[in-house]
Design a protein around this ligand. Structure first.
Ligand code: SF4
Ligand code: SF4
Length: 467
């Protein structure tokens, strides 16, 4: 049924047009809610409809959707439509090696994290959030105008890359139903250059050949290959269309134990620093412990400039903390006589930590969506959120709290997700041990994974139950 829906000529273009209108609406609301007042901004992040929707619902929900269903957000993303339009009328230049290497995404993501989130606080200020969305659109236009095919979605968009990483756990994926059909196919309409710049019945713009897709990381689920396979047939074959959105089984991608590229690893490296901070900063004591070193040094060196302070903190959070967490286990492995080269460790053994990072991000998404529920009603009544923010500041309005039973339920979901992440990590270790025929000190791998899990688990226990 889903594949029938996907082959409809109105899909996905109509959904993309709807989300484009929603995107523009959010940007207008964001730009019209400018404020420099710190107290107002503190409230505005929850009372402004655009900010509330983007950071507390859109972003967490697409993360949750990716974990269970893959890159379904990319199916309806308006930016894909925009970049595809400009690619159609653009220069169609070949992509340089540095873009094809995947490092562009890691650099773009790090830039958004440091400059966007930490310096400009795009997640707290509606006007800056709107500027961020506008920047993404402008970048997608430029990339579309210059390069061939769909370069933005495959090689530049950090959102898609993150969702691709998280969709390693997905139950579903885009595959062909029968590889023999593709082997004997003379048309290859799914990758034919004549259809690449079509809007609807288009061949693959992100350099995939459906019969060779092994994981969910790159397919943007546009259903273009399904339609071209069905539409452009020189000889009718009842087994076509062959590509489909199918059930692959939970975490199938992860258990394939396919190594990451170095660019993918470093993307994961930065993501891990971000997720650790996001979770630990929910609990003030944990946040203080995490930020002790950068706070100490900025005080010791009497650094007053706020930008330098932030850069110092970012270096610690997104470079030093992940370095400790990624390279310390490697040292232990070497000391315990498990022979693994550093490259092998980074590309393969990083898979051990992926489910725990995903579980922590799952927790953050649940916390975001549930904790902001009491704001929704007022955000629809006062979309800019200025009046609501002022009323809260002047104690004329009190935002209701989530009932205790619901808080307890949320705590249990958070802990269950982490336990689930640890179990998946355990399974990955077992498969790695078999693949690399590790004989000695295998238990060290399990201990390392357990310690990693314990950081998040104890944080939630202390924060939710003991503080
Ligand atoms: S997906 Fe369709 S068009 Fe592409 S090779 Fe397979 S059968 Fe041919
Ligand atoms: S493989 Fe098919 S569904 Fe996936 S991005 Fe390419 S054309 Fe779209």
């Amino acid at each position: 049924m889903i594949n029938k829906f996907l082959s409809n000529k109105f899909f996905p273009i109509s959904l993309k047009l709807i989300s484009l209108v929603a995107f523009i609406g959010l940007m207008i609301i964001g730009f019209s809610s400018h404020s420099e007042d710190a107290a107002i901004l503190m409230e505005l992040r929850n009372t402004n409809l655009a900010n509330l929707f983007v950071w507390s619902y859109w972003w967490p929900l697409i993360v949750l959707a990716a974990i269970f269903f893959g890159r379904v957000w990319c199916m309806v993303c308006p930016v894909e439509l925009i970049t595809a339009f400009f690619a159609r009328i653009g220069l169609k230049k070949k992509r340089p090696k540095w873009i094809l290497s995947g490092w562009g995404i890691t650099i773009f993501y790090s830039f958004i994290l440091i400059v966007g989130i930490n310096i400009f606080a795009i997640h707290r200020n509606p006007a800056y959030m709107a500027t961020y969305l506008t920047t993404i659109i402008i970048v997608s236009i430029f990339i579309g105008l210059i390069y061939e095919k769909n370069t933005f979605c495959r090689y530049v968009c950090p959102v898609g890359n993150l969702l691709g990483l998280y969709s390693k756990l997905s139950f579903f994926g885009w595959r062909v139903k029968n590889t023999n059909v593709c082997d004997s196919c003379k048309d290859k309409s799914c990758i034919h250059k004549d259809h690449i710049y079509n809007f609807n019945y288009k061949s693959c713009g992100v350099d995939l050949y459906p019969a060779k897709i092994k994981d969910n990381s790159q397919c943007i689920l546009c259903a273009g290959c399904l339609k071209t396979c069905k539409e452009y047939q020189s000889k009718q074959n009842p087994l076509r269309p062959n590509p489909a959105f199918i059930k692959t089984g939970f975490a199938k991608d992860l258990f394939q134990i396919e190594p990451l590229s170095l660019a993918e690893f470093f993307f994961l490296f930065v993501v891990s620093g971000f997720v650790i901070y996001e979770i630990l900063s929910e609990y003030s004591t944990a946040e203080k412990i995490l930020l002790f070193v950068p706070t100490f040094f900025t005080q010791y060196f009497s650094i007053e400039n706020s930008i330098i302070k932030i850069l110092f903190q970012c270096t610690f959070l997104f470079l030093i903390v992940p370095s400790i967490l990624w390279f310390f286990p490697y040292l232990i492995l070497r000391l315990s006589k498990i022979k693994i080269s550093i490259l092998n460790y980074l590309k393969n053994f990083c898979l051990i930590f992926i489910p725990i990072i995903i579980a922590a991000h799952f927790d953050k998404a649940i916390l975001k969506t549930t904790s902001r529920l009491p704001y929704i009603e007022n955000a629809f009544k006062d979309v800019r959120g200025m009046n609501t923010a002022n009323a809260i500041i002047n104690n004329q309005m009190v935002v209701s709290k989530i009932p205790t039973w619901a808080e307890n339920l949320i705590s249990l979901i958070l802990l269950s997700a982490l336990i689930g992440g640890f179990i998946l990590s355990y399974k990955v270790i077992t498969k790695l041990i078999i693949k690399y025929q590790i004989e000695s000190a295998k238990w060290i791998l399990y201990i390392i994974s357990f310690l990693y899990f314990l950081i998040f688990f104890l944080d939630i226990i202390f924060w939710r139950f003991l503080s």
